[in-house]
Write a protein that binds this ligand. Structure first.
Ligand code: GDP
Length: 529
């Protein structure tokens, strides 16, 4: 039996956040290469090479009556056990993307060097800030023409409001990319990309004051580097582990995931600077990952799209202790003892049934429909609840109409269940008594999912009419009289399933105007559970 303390201490559980196309998948693949988990690039996503393996799984899952998409990749590197949480992007961007961040202990932010901070990064970053988790920045695609390095850092600081501390510094970019200078060791790792995109970058180091570097980089780049180092040492924030831990200072690295340059340097520093699983807050106080027995919370529920099976997979983040397959656990919200069935873990693309797992790990368990997002699982005899997962602000709204009004009951049942799974949020007009339902989603694909599932699982046909609202706020004041609220012309008052009042607007500036017009009004960007 492995030693629990050392197993937990070597865990590093993080999410990679980025805007689509910044290079998240490419970077993840390179990480996996170092972990020896895969030896074929292009296997992380459902790209051509991996499609076969993925569909094999689907078959197996169908037989067993379960359906899962990859959620976490686990591999070992340099004595660490690494869990990379998948944050769905592109089309699949949804509340799940946000919720995944609730399970991570830190985040890696990938930024395209020619674009700087982009919309999706900004959104995901907000969740990291709310949780005060460490955030590391990898500025990618240095083999392409990049923005000015100081401007890139400035952009991060201004756009995201976090201080940055470059751990290394690029010399040139694009065709002129010569490598990165590491501030700590004062050495330059040189970039020789002889066959662009096919050959791995070579990790050859030259001391910064050696004449060899001047010859390699050329007078101009060398001179610029010297100037920049001087500026940097004088002006930029110093590395401070405590500030990194609190998520107030982001260590910054430069590289090129595609050519595999700077990736291993990043990985090494990152693993050293990031955190092992830390205590998590529950209603009885902090739960220590090592001292406490097994406990976990559900952060994601994957519903089955196959109408023959309503089964689901609940993904849990283990927060303390060790999990052994077959052991009896206690589901706090359901007030029931149970054994977790078919606990699974992803190892690169291979999913396997786990025998044991530790704090920091993610397991997916078969869910016959008993779990809700945010539920706590612990040992029998214990009874505590982890802090709930907030409700994230939807950005797309639509009015839902039933085609056949006779099917009201099925419709309400279906839409309520789907909302409980956390795929959509439902609202009603405030105070008008109108029976109409407004659906809010984080990613537009969820509208399709809703329509499909209502038709296939509940036999209810709906029509969706898009609404122009894009901004939502929860009202924090408990005693605020909503009837006397002075709003803007593009504002609508709604309530959620529990009757909590919310405001939705078309324009973002109307939020400020509403606040100005109603002294004392307190608005929140995240909803309480
Ligand atoms: P994701 O959407 O963030 O997962 O991005 P991908 O990893 O799929 O990358 C998007 C595109 O950028 C792909 O065509 C990659 O080959 C390319 N790419 C990723 N990293 C680099 C890099 O370092 N340099 C260059 N030139 N292209 C890159």
């Amino acid at each position: 039996m492995a030693d629990i303390t050392s197993e937990i201490k070597k865990r590093r559980t993080f999410a990679i956040i980025s805007h689509p196309d910044a290079g998240k998948t490419t970077l993840t693949e390179k990480f996996l290469l170092y972990g020896g988990a895969i030896n074929l690039a292009g296997s992380v996503k459902g790209k051509a090479t991996s499609r076969h393996a993925v569909s094999d799984w689907m078959e197996i899952e169908k037989e067993r009556g379960i359906s899962v998409t990859s959620s976490v990749l686990q591999f070992n590197y340099d004595g660490y056990c690494i869990n990379i949480l998948d944050t769905p992007g592109h089309q699949d961007f949804s509340e799940d993307t946000y919720r995944t961040l609730m399970a991570a202990d830190s985040a890696v932010m990938v930024i395209d060097a020619s674009k700087g901070v982009e919309a999706q990064t900004r959104k995901l970053f907000k969740v990291c800030v709310m949780r005060h988790i460490p955030i590391f920045t990898f500025i990618n695609k240095m083999d392409r023409d990049a923005n000015d390095t100081f401007e890139l850092l400035d952009d991060i600081e201004k756009e995201l409001g976090i201080a940055t501390c470059p751990i290394n510094w690029p010399i040139g970019s694009g065709k002129e990319f010569k490598g990165v200078y590491e501030r700590g060791s004062r050495k330059v790792t040189v970039f020789r990309d002889t066959e662009k995109g096919t050959k791995e970058g070579l990790a050859e180091e030259i001391a910064v004051d050696s004449p060899e570097l001047k010859a390699f980089a050329g007078e101009e780049h060398y001179g610029q580097l010297m100037d920049e180092i001087e500026l940097l040492d004088g002006a930029s924030a110093e590395f401070d582990q405590e500030l990194v831990d609190k998520g107030e200072l982001s260590p910054v690295f430069f590289g090129s995931a595609l050519t595999n340059f700077g990736v291993e340097i990043f990985l090494k520093h990152f693993l050293h600077m990031t955190t092992p699983p830390l205590p998590r807050m529950a209603d009885i106080g902090e739960i220590d990952p090592i001292k406490e027995d097994f406990s976990a919370f559900v952060f994601k529920i994957q519903a089955n799209m196959n109408k023959a099976h309503r089964d689901r997979i609940a993904f849990m983040r283990i927060c303390s202790g060790r999990f052994d397959a077959g052991m009896e656990v206690y589901h706090v919200q359901g007030d029931k003892k149970q054994r977790l069935s078919q606990p699974q873990q992803m190892m690169a693309q291979e999913r396997h049934v786990v025998d044991e797992a530790y704090a920091g790990d993610i397991i997916g368990v078969f869910d016959p429909g008993i779990y809700s997002i945010g539920d706590t699982i612990c040992m029998p005899g214990k009874k505590f609840r982890y802090e709930g997962i907030p409700t994230f602000a939807p950005e797309h709204f639509a009015r839902v109409r039933q085609v056949d009004t006779m099917k009201r009951k099925q419709f309400v049942k279906g839409i309520t269940q789907i909302a409980q799974e956390g795929a959509i949020q439902i609202f009603q007009e405030y105070n008008t008594g109108l029976e109409e339902i407004i659906v809010g989603v984080v990613g537009v694909l969820q509208f399709e999912v809703l329509k499909y599932r209502l038709e296939n699982e509940y036999n209810v046909e709906i029509r969706l009419e898009n609404l122009p609202y894009e901004h939502i706020r929860w009202i924090e004041n408990e005693d605020f009289d909503l009837n006397s609220l002075v709003g803007t012309s593009d504002m609508k008052k709604v309530k959620d399933m529990k009757g909590n009042p919310l405001l939705i607007w078309v324009n973002s500036w109307s939020i400020g105007m509403t606040l100005d017009r109603n002294p004392g009004l307190k608005l929140a960007e995240f909803g309480r559970q």
